[in-house]
Design a protein around this ligand. Structure first.
Ligand code: UDP
Ligand code: MG
Length: 317
């Protein structure tokens, strides 16, 4: 590639050896339909299977394929960030590597971009063949987040999207490490629109987002975009204060007017201790979520370490 490509496709890869061939095949069909040059950026996020070898082979076969290999598993959001940092296209598309995001939709997204939208995100209307234990929490989470977040994060959208260079540049300039890309994307603004699609089942292999990873991502979204949980501690505290004052009066009443009552004894003391203990621990826990993130940010470590880079050299300064 001698000049800058028009389109960059950024795809994180974590143990996807079974899908890579099919992914390449589907994407190359789409690339044929595009009206400009395309660079395909695959990011190996510390895969433990043959993914990296397959990426090397693909790069040998097709010069449009560039790849980055992170030195260990840094997680989906960081892998995508690395890809965005290296992307050069005027238009950048982020998608998953498991073919749950149909590459064919890119053509529709580009059409919207031509109409003047700088961000075109894919919004799922249906998640085929994903169990209720994934769908229900996801359904609830997006709705809660929408209520609590300072910015308007569209519901049922993932990271599958198209972004104009001006948006990618802002995203790349954001130093924060607890990255919730779909939130940051909404925060940046510009003209945004949705393209609806039905989410296909994974082409092959297991889900790489373990419950823990999904939970961390969810927490990142909430904590990065809302201060409401902090206020929750105040409400909890006020509620506890209200309960303690009422109890004080009640206990005094029992003490004076019904001396035989069992409630004046140890029971009530123990209950009060547990109740107040719980309120305090919950509040400290919420605070901890925010403080922990401040700590992470302050350390200022790089977001990722690169072990291998191929395909970009000719044009990078
Ligand atoms: N992924 C990654 N690093 C991780 C976990 C996932 O790069 O630590 C990639 C994975 O290869 C896939 C995408 O992120 O391309 C989405 O992962 P997955 O399909 O497991 O998540 P889900 O579809 O359930 O959101
Ligand atoms: Mg998936």
């Amino acid at each position: 590639m001698n000049s800058k490509p028009k389109y960059s496709l950024v795809i994180p890869i974590y143990n996807e050896e079974e899908t890579l061939a099919e992914l390449y095949w589907r994407i190359s069909t789409v690339m044929e339909q595009m009206d400009g040059s395309v660079e395909l950026i695959l990011i190996n996020d510390g895969s433990r299977d043959r993914s990296l070898e397959l990426l090397r082979e693909l790069h040998e076969k097709d010069p449009r394929i560039c790849y980055l290999s992170l030195a260990r598993n840094f997680g989906h959001q960081i892998a995508v960030t690395a890809g965005l940092n290296f992307s050069r296209g005027q238009v950048v598309v982020i998608m998953d590597g498991d073919l749950q995001d149909p590459p064919e939709l890119i053509v529709d997204m580009v059409e919207q971009w031509r109409l003047g939208y700088q961000v075109v995100y894919a919004q799922r209307t249906q998640r085929r063949q994903e169990g209720w234990f994934k769908r229900l929490p996801a359904y609830m989470y997006y709705r809660i987040l929408r209520h609590l977040a300072d910015v308007d994060i569209p519901i049922d959208t993932g990271d599958f999207c198209l972004m104009d260079r001006c948006v990618v540049d802002v995203l790349n300039a954001m130093p924060e490490r607890n990255r919730y890309i779909r939130g940051l994307r909404a925060w940046i603004g510009f003209k945004q629109t949705a393209v609806k699609f039905e989410r296909d089942p994974r082409f092959a292999g297991d889900v790489k987002y373990t419950f823990r990873k999904s939970f961390t991502l969810g927490m990142n979204g909430l904590v990065s975009f809302s201060k409401v949980p902090l206020r929750l501690s105040i409400y909890l505290g006020l509620f506890a204060a209200f309960v303690s004052v009422s109890m004080a009066f009640l206990v005094l009443y029992w003490r004076l007017f019904s001396p035989g009552s069992a409630l004046t004894g140890l029971t009530i003391v123990i209950m009060a201790i547990f109740f107040l203990g719980a309120v305090q621990l919950v509040s400290i826990g919420i605070l901890g979520q925010y403080v922990g993130r401040i700590y992470e940010e302050v350390k200022g470590r790089p977001l990722y370490t690169l072990a291998e880079v191929a395909g970009f050299d000719r044009n990078r300064s």
